[in-house]
Structure formats: structure tokens, C-alpha cells
Design a protein around this ligand. Structure first.
Ligand SMILES: *Cc1c(COP(=O)(O)O)cnc(C)c1O
Length: 385
């Protein structure tokens, strides 16, 4: 670890907002900025033997180092055995774990109801001679397909279904069989859930969503504590070159300072919107892990600190869903989630997700909750005509 990655005295024991504001900041140096600006460099001065920390821009960059330190502090407060590697996108991070840990003849368990690009990953893994088994997120079906697997991949809460699985329980079962466990922590963010503390070997996420929260950058990361496994992930990043630009890395670090503020507002509003949808006279099959009546609530409340900003519900038909989206004034009809501006989409338009035609994924932003609830209810009313 190089000096510039040392932080100002550690952030253990502090509140989430304080940790988010201070995460990854270097020791103060007179006349230097508190958060150093992006370092644009393809290479670094390097006389003599090529030793680190900074040699070539595909391998390391000081702006990544600060961001990686920040994410480590959020994913595993107070631990110094956790390493984070940042990537160009969430998919780059997911692929880095899958393709660096698995080789021909290995078996992996993937969620059958996870992020919509996973079926493409599945096809690529199979093309390389890796056996892929699948299990749904909820209901512990993973336990039945773990024997002989090298890696268990779980996504909790799942996107877009918002099901949840018991991370501790699955980790225990996987480790007893010698399998590593990776958790996609995108939806929860490290302020909502800390998979490494629940025993997982990797916490992997798209930073494109609530972590950075402004809908203006793509980013991914892998946090892990097994040195050998993380060395393989690092090697994969070097081979594939799926690296974030310094500007994106710096914007991400800057955005993390407000993560707690954004999550507090957005997640509280998500609960308020979920309650309003639940109380609507039609049964909209509302899902939100923080709603005490939700099937995910029990396990979620045992392993999560926050329940995210995504709410889902189902309108009776595709036409009704399209009319609803069209009638919204404060919520953009757009994909992705986690940003300060609310978005909603008819998820079935992409194909690939096992959802009904009228299924809506709504990402609650930082607008005032009463404005959002009024907009959503008026669009429901409008679209019912
Ligand atoms: C968006 C998303 C990804 C992929 O992230 P990108 O940054 O778009 O590559 C992976 N997993 C989940 C759960 C996601 O929502």
C-alpha cells in the first residue's frame, strides 16, 4: 500500500454519513486539495527497475487508488485486509470475477433471475467449457446445486424482482463445499449491505447506479479479502484493460461523499412511494424489501442496513403500463436506477427478464416525496381512464 492511499485516521465507528464524506481522503498536505483532482497519465516517470506503485496507466492510477480505498472503507469498515479494484463498468467487474476464477471443467451457480446480461455471461462461460447451473434468488434452491461448484454467484436484492437470499446461510453452505461466494451488491450499495462482513469472498457492484447516483458515469468494482483470488482479478483487469478513466474515477469519488445523504432521502421516499402504491385500490403486486409485508422483508431486515431506492409493481397490461409511464411528469421513462432523478420503465420491453408485460421498475430519486407520490398516483389515475 502506498502512502497516498493512507487515510486520515480511519473511519471505523463513525456514522455512515461521516464515513461517506471522509472515505478514501489522503492525509492532509499543506496547499494540496482535500480530494486530489484526476491524474491524467498513460505512464509515469519510471527510471530503473519497473516497480510500483505507478508504472503504466492500464495497471494503476492514483485517482483509482483513492477511490478504491474509499470503497474498501465503505464495504469493510475498520478492516485493512480488504482490497478493492475499480473497473470501467459493473459488467467489467462481474466478468473479471467470473473469468478470472473459473476455467474449463469448473462449475458455477448463477442466479436465474438476476441482472439481464447474466444470460450472455452464461453463454460465454459455457463456450469456455465451464458448467453453469442456475437457481432463483429466493427460496434457498442454491443449496441443491452447490455440490462440486467452484463459485456461487448471488444477487441480493435481485434486479428487477427484488427477491432476497440469506447471504450468511448460503456462504456457510458454499464454504463447507469449498466454493467461493460473490455477491452483487449493486442495488443495496455498501451503505445498505456489507457482503464481506456476511462472509462472502467478493462484493461486486455496478457503481453506475446509486453508488455514484447522478446517472452520468459507468463504473464497477470488486472488493475482496482473499489475496490470491484478488491477484487473479487484478491480472484479469490488466489483460482485458477494462479500466475506468481518471475523470470517471474522480467523479465517482466526489459523488460518494453524498451517498448517505442521497440514500437517506431516496430510500425513505421509496418506502413512502411503495406504501402509496400498496394502498392504491387495485392490487399492483408492489415489491419493496423495506415494506414489512414484503416477502423479502424478513431476511432483508436481518442482513441489510438500508433497502435501496427501487420499487417494483405490476400493472394489468402492457398498454396500461405504457400509458402510466407517459402520464408521469417528474419521473423519466428511462432504464437504470439509483440516480437523483427518478426513472421508471416497463422492464419487459428489453426481453430477457422473467417479468409480466405490465411490470414497472421505479427508481426513486431525490425529489420531494410528496411531489413524487402525487405524480405517481396521478399517472395511475390518468392511465386507468
Ligand atoms: C446495472 C447492473 C449491472 C451492470 O452494471 P453496468 O455498470 O451497467 O455494467 C450489474 N448488476 C446489477 C444488479 C445491475 O443493476
Amino acid at each position: 500500500m502506498n502512502d497516498s492511499a493512507n487515510t486520515t485516521g480511519g473511519t471505523r465507528g463513525l456514522g455512515d454519513g461521516t464515513r461517506a464524506v471522509r472515505a478514501g481522503l489522503p492525509e492532509p498536505v499543506k496547499h494540496e486539495p482535500t480530494l486530489p483532482g484526476p491524474v491524467f497519465a498513460a505512464h509515469f516517470h519510471l527510471p530503473g527497475d519497473p516497480t510500483g506503485p505507478y508504472t503504466y496507466g492500464r495497471d494503476e492510477n492514483p485517482t483509482w487508488t483513492h477511490l478504491e480505498q474509499a470503497i474498501s472503507e465503505l464495504e469493510a469498515p475498520g478492516r485493512d485486509d480488504v482490497e478493492t479494484l475499480v473497473f470501467a463498468s459493473g459488467m467489467a467487474a462481474i466478468s473479471a470475477v467470473a473469468f478470472s476464477q473459473l476455467s474449463a471443467g469448473d462449475a458455477v451457480v448463477l442466479p436465474s433471475d438476476g441482472y439481464q446480461v447474466l444470460p450472455l455471461v452464461r453463454a460465454q462461460l459455457e463456450a469456455y467449457g465451464i458448467e453453469v447451473r442456475t437457481a432463483p434468488t429466493g427460496g434457498d434452491a442454491q443449496l441443491g446445486v452447490l455440490d462440486g461448484a467452484k463459485l456461487l454467484w448471488i444477487e441480493t436484492p435481485s434486479n428487477p424482482g427484488l427477491d432476497v437470499c440469506d447471504v450468511r446461510r448460503l456462504v456457510e453452505a458454499a464454504h463447507a463445499r469449498g466454493a467461493l461466494v460473490a455477491v452483487d451488491n449493486t442495488l443495496a450499495t455498501p451503505l445498505g449491505q456489507r457482503p464481506l462482513e456476511l462472509g462472502a469472498d467478493f462484493s461486486v457492484a455496478s457503481g453506475t447506479k446509486q453508488l455514484t447516483g447522478h446517472g452520468d458515469i459507468l463504473l464497477g468494482y470488486v472488493a475482496g479479502r482473499d489475496r490470491t483470488a484478488m491477484a487473479a482479478v487484478r491480472r484479469w483487469r490488466k489483460i482485458v484493460g477494462a479500466i475506468p478513466g481518471p475523470m470517471e474515477a474522480w467523479l465517482a469519488h466526489r459523488s460518494i461523499a453524498t451517498l448517505e445523504l442521497r440514500a437517506e432521502r431516496q430510500n425513505a421516499s421509496a418506502l413512502t412511494v411503495a406504501e402509496a402504491l400498496r394502498d392504491w385500490p387495485e392490487d399492483l403486486k408492489v415489491r419493496y424489501p423495506g415494506l414489512p409485508s414484503d416477502p423479502s422483508y424478513k431476511i432483508a431486515s436481518e442482513q441489510m442496513h438500508r433497502y435501496g431506492c427501487v420499487v417494483s409493481f405490476t400493472l394489468p397490461t402492457r398498454e396500461r403500463a405504457d400509458r402510466f409511464l407517459d402520464a408521469l411528469r417528474l419521473v423519466d421513462d428511462a432504464t437504470s436506477f439509483g440516480g437523483v432523478r427518478s426513472t421508471a420503465e416497463r422492464r419487459g420491453r428489453w426481453g430477457g427478464d422473467a417479468v409480466a408485460e405490465g411490470f414497472i421498475r421505479l427508481s426513486v430519486g431525490a425529489e420531494n416525496p410528496n411531489d413524487l407520490v402525487a405524480d405517481v398516483l396521478s399517472a395511475l389515475h390518468e392511465s386507468a381512464k
